[in-house]
Design a protein around this ligand. Sequence first.
Ligand SMILES: [Zn+2]
Length: 106
Amino acid sequence: MKMPLENLQAIIRCPVCNKKYRPTKMLVLDEDEKRTTLHLSCTDCGASSMVFVSLGQFGVVSLGILTDLEQSEARKVFFGQAVTSDQVIEAHQFLKQYTGGVEALI
Ligand SMILES: [Zn+2]
Protein backbone atom coordinates (compact mmCIF):
# COMPACT_ATOMS: atom_id res chain seq x y z
CA MET A 1 0.00 0.00 0.00
CA LYS A 2 2.03 2.92 -1.23
CA MET A 3 1.24 5.78 1.10
CA PRO A 4 3.54 8.57 2.24
CA LEU A 5 4.88 7.96 5.74
CA GLU A 6 3.21 11.15 6.90
CA ASN A 7 -0.19 9.62 6.06
CA LEU A 8 0.61 6.40 7.90
CA GLN A 9 1.84 8.39 10.86
CA ALA A 10 -1.67 9.73 11.38
CA ILE A 11 -3.16 6.26 11.88
CA ILE A 12 -0.38 4.48 13.75
CA ARG A 13 0.33 5.06 17.42
CA CYS A 14 2.76 3.53 19.87
CA PRO A 15 1.06 0.52 21.52
CA VAL A 16 2.79 1.33 24.82
CA CYS A 17 2.35 5.09 25.32
CA ASN A 18 -0.13 5.89 22.52
CA LYS A 19 2.00 8.72 21.06
CA LYS A 20 2.14 9.31 17.33
CA TYR A 21 5.32 8.14 15.67
CA ARG A 22 7.74 10.51 14.01
CA PRO A 23 8.58 9.66 10.38
CA THR A 24 12.31 9.63 11.18
CA LYS A 25 11.77 6.58 13.39
CA MET A 26 9.66 4.71 10.83
CA LEU A 27 11.37 2.19 8.55
CA VAL A 28 9.42 0.66 5.68
CA LEU A 29 10.42 -2.99 5.50
CA ASP A 30 8.13 -4.01 2.68
CA GLU A 31 5.25 -2.63 0.68
CA ASP A 32 3.07 -3.54 -2.23
CA GLU A 33 -0.27 -2.31 -3.57
CA LYS A 34 -2.31 -3.42 -0.55
CA ARG A 35 0.13 -3.88 2.33
CA THR A 36 2.92 -2.02 4.09
CA THR A 37 5.14 -3.46 6.80
CA LEU A 38 6.97 -1.05 9.07
CA HIS A 39 9.39 -1.10 11.97
CA LEU A 40 8.69 1.75 14.38
CA SER A 41 10.67 3.12 17.28
CA CYS A 42 8.90 5.38 19.73
CA THR A 43 10.85 8.52 20.59
CA ASP A 44 8.91 8.97 23.82
CA CYS A 45 9.03 5.58 25.56
CA GLY A 46 11.66 3.76 23.47
CA ALA A 47 9.44 0.80 22.60
CA SER A 48 9.80 -0.77 19.15
CA SER A 49 7.07 -2.44 17.18
CA MET A 50 6.39 -4.04 13.85
CA VAL A 51 3.22 -2.76 12.19
CA PHE A 52 1.36 -4.28 9.29
CA VAL A 53 -0.96 -1.87 7.49
CA SER A 54 -3.30 -3.22 4.86
CA LEU A 55 -6.04 -1.89 2.67
CA GLY A 56 -9.13 -4.06 2.74
CA GLN A 57 -12.68 -3.69 1.55
CA PHE A 58 -13.62 -1.87 4.78
CA GLY A 59 -10.70 0.56 4.72
CA VAL A 60 -7.25 0.71 6.24
CA VAL A 61 -6.45 -1.79 8.99
CA SER A 62 -3.28 -1.85 11.08
CA LEU A 63 -1.90 -4.54 13.35
CA GLY A 64 1.10 -3.89 15.57
CA ILE A 65 3.25 -6.17 17.69
CA LEU A 66 5.94 -5.20 20.16
CA THR A 67 9.46 -6.32 19.33
CA ASP A 68 12.91 -6.04 20.85
CA LEU A 69 14.48 -5.87 17.38
CA GLU A 70 16.32 -2.70 16.40
CA GLN A 71 15.67 -1.36 12.90
CA SER A 72 18.79 -2.96 11.41
CA GLU A 73 17.94 -6.30 13.04
CA ALA A 74 14.32 -6.09 11.89
CA ARG A 75 15.42 -5.70 8.27
CA LYS A 76 17.72 -8.72 8.56
CA VAL A 77 15.07 -10.91 10.22
CA PHE A 78 12.29 -9.80 7.90
CA PHE A 79 14.25 -10.65 4.76
CA GLY A 80 15.97 -13.69 6.26
CA GLN A 81 15.06 -17.27 5.53
CA ALA A 82 12.14 -18.80 7.37
CA VAL A 83 12.76 -21.64 9.81
CA THR A 84 12.10 -24.94 8.09
CA SER A 85 10.23 -27.89 9.58
CA ASP A 86 13.46 -29.93 9.37
CA GLN A 87 15.22 -27.34 11.55
CA VAL A 88 12.40 -27.51 14.11
CA ILE A 89 12.60 -31.31 14.23
CA GLU A 90 16.39 -31.14 14.54
CA ALA A 91 16.13 -28.70 17.47
CA HIS A 92 13.47 -30.86 19.12
CA GLN A 93 15.63 -33.99 18.84
CA PHE A 94 18.66 -32.14 20.19
CA LEU A 95 16.75 -30.80 23.20
CA LYS A 96 15.11 -34.19 23.87
CA GLN A 97 18.53 -35.81 24.26
CA TYR A 98 20.27 -32.86 25.92
CA THR A 99 21.09 -33.33 29.60
CA GLY A 100 23.09 -30.16 30.33
CA GLY A 101 21.96 -26.91 31.84
CA VAL A 102 20.27 -24.08 30.00
CA GLU A 103 23.17 -21.70 30.69
CA ALA A 104 25.45 -23.79 28.45
CA LEU A 105 23.16 -23.13 25.46
CA ILE A 106 23.27 -19.35 25.76
ZN1 LIG B 1 5.81 4.92 23.07
